[in-house]
Write a protein of this length. Structure first.
Ligand code: CTP
Length: 219
């Protein structure tokens, strides 16, 4: 890795969770801290790339050197923001996008009445899969996967199903890795190879992931 080895590349990174509103005071969300995606954005900018970071609701400062940070809340908003940034050379989908959202947002606070409450949920748009088949598809599309078991089987399944170039699977169960942690362990899969990265600080993993991308898709 050299100082400006990503110079001239346009990289779009999504990071953080999405929140899907139920009513004005409640939402469905997930435990993503956004740290991995923010670390990737920061590393890419430091290495000379033009970086756009599309961030879900997180409490993280904007890394230095970004071209733009776009803050969004829901999966739908994240999709709009990401698609609006195409074309790009690389898309890295590090966001933990909610897979389902309430079919409708109640205009007022839902009051408790019955013993049971059933919420109707609908699938959110799959941003990664859409970017991967878009007319302005980036040269390299990288997704993340959170798997608890059969990591390679599911990660390779996503590679094929979502038509992406690389899947970085979180190795859960490794001590010190995970949502809020500053450390993580990834296994990155592509069509004819794989590489285990870490356990290491997310900042170091970000550089190693960018190295892998550069090695496979040189300028
Ligand atoms: N993703 C996305 N849009 C969604 C859902 C996921 O872009 N609506 C992206 C994420 O940014 C991540 C990858 O897809 O790069 C994760 O894929 P997904 O199939 O959601 O992973 P898991 O949550 O691990 O899937 P599952 O729940 O099916 O195991």
């Amino acid at each position: 890795m050299s100082a400006a080895d990503l110079s001239g590349r346009r990289i779009v990174v999504s990071a953080g969770p999405t929140f899907e509103d139920i009513d004005p005071v409640r939402f469905i969300g997930n435990r993503s801290s956004g740290k991995m995606g923010f670390a990737i954005a920061e590393a890419a900018a430091r290495r000379g790339a033009q970086v756009v970071l599309v961030a879900g609701p997180v409490s993280l400062p904007t890394p230095p050197g970004l071209q733009q940070r776009v803050d969004v809340r829901s999966a739908r908003q994240m999709r709009e923001a990401v698609i609006a940034q195409l074309p790009a050379d690389v898309y890295i989908g590090a966001a933990a996008v909610a897979d389902y959202a309430p079919a409708e947002v109640a205009p007022g606070k839902i009051k408790k009445k019955d013993e049971q409450l059933t919420l109707a949920l609908v699938r959110t748009p799959d941003i990664l899969a859409e970017v991967a088949v878009h007319a302005r598809r980036p040269t390299v599309v990288v997704g993340f996967a959170a798997e608890t078991h059969d990591v390679e089987f599911y990660a390779r399944g996503k590679l094929e199903k979502k038509k992406v170039d690389m899947i970085a699977a979180n190795r859960v169960g490794v001590s010190g890795s995970g949502f809020e942690s500053d450390d993580n362990a990834l296994t990155v899969y592509w069509l004819d190879g794989e590489r285990a990265l870490g356990p290491a600080p997310k900042t170091a993993l970000a550089d190693q992931l960018l190295d892998l991308i550069l090695a496979r898709w040189p300028a």
